[in-house]
Design a protein around this ligand. Structure first.
Ligand code: NAI
Length: 213
């Protein structure tokens, strides 16, 4: 399988399917058809089968896919059959909310290191992790070897500097909450989370509907 040939949208849809497959497994369901899975994930059955086909054979039988087997295959494809360690930079409103959320751990994402620049936040504990001084970020992440994912939850004006520190520490994936476009080299994948941007689609939708009336 050449992962570069798989559209990013297919990976997003497969993730959605995995969420539903997890739910089905919890409900004790053994089999699921592409139509059922599509209905649950908001996709067509054709789309489900097409997305699965990028990844090769999923061992489909006439009665549908075996839920447990499908879950294992998709988890392996998405790299979710192992735990991923994460460094979080910024232990403010968003950072501390992420630290308190137990769901990431259940999904195999472990916030292993947390850094902040504010002396009032340094040494604060959240479960197993203690907030450290951002001055030590590069050394700590480099020496950890396993941390390749970072979350940036610092103010916009600090985000680029933090991104550069993370890239120097060999981070390969950045989830960025700061409302700023980060400039990083091509080998680093950046995903921006911008709730205002998402809300703007609602305000646009509601205002344009209003105009039509
Ligand atoms: P906050 O001010 O509560 O927390 C930011 C934290 O970053 C503080 O603890 C501060 O000490 C720390 N910090 C500042 N400079 C730093 C540096 N160079 N290195 C390490 N730590 C540093 O901010 P909040 O509310 O948690 O927001 C965080 C970011 O997320 C902001 O950029 C904000 O604009 C953005 N945001 C994004 C949203 C979204 O939908 N993506 C929604 C709300 C906020």
């Amino acid at each position: 399988m050449d992962s570069k040939k798989i559209p990013k949208s297919a990976v997003t849809r497969i993730s959605l399917c995995l969420r539903e497959i997890n739910r089905l497994e919890k409900e004790g369901k053994d089999k699921v058809s592409s139509t059922e899975l599509g209905d649950l994930a908001g996709l067509t059955d054709v789309q489900v089968r097409k997305d699965f086909s990028y990844f090769g054979q999923f061992g489909r039988s006439g009665a549908g896919y075996d839920v447990v087997q499908l879950k294992k295959i998709i988890e392996r494809l998405l790299g979710k059959d192992k735990a991923w360690e994460i460094v979080l930079v910024g232990a403010g409103n968003i950072g501390s909310a992420l630290l308190r959320y137990p769901g990431f751990k259940n999904q195999g994402f472990i916030i292993k290191e947390v850094f902040d620049a504010d002396t009032k936040k340094i040494d604060k504990r959240y479960g197993d992790v203690t907030v450290k001084d951002v001055k030590g970020l590069e050394d700590a992440v480099k020496s950890s070897k396993n941390i390749k994912i970072a979350i940036i939850a610092v103010p916009a004006e600090s985000a680029q500097v933090v991104a550069e520190q993370l890239v120097r520490a060999d981070i390969k994936c950045i989830l960025n909450f700061a409302p700023v476009l980060l400039k990083v080299n091509g080998g680093v994948m950046v995903k921006n989370i911008d709730l205002s941007n998402e809300l703007e689609s609602f305000s646009f939708f509601l205002s344009s509907n209003g105009n039509e009336d």
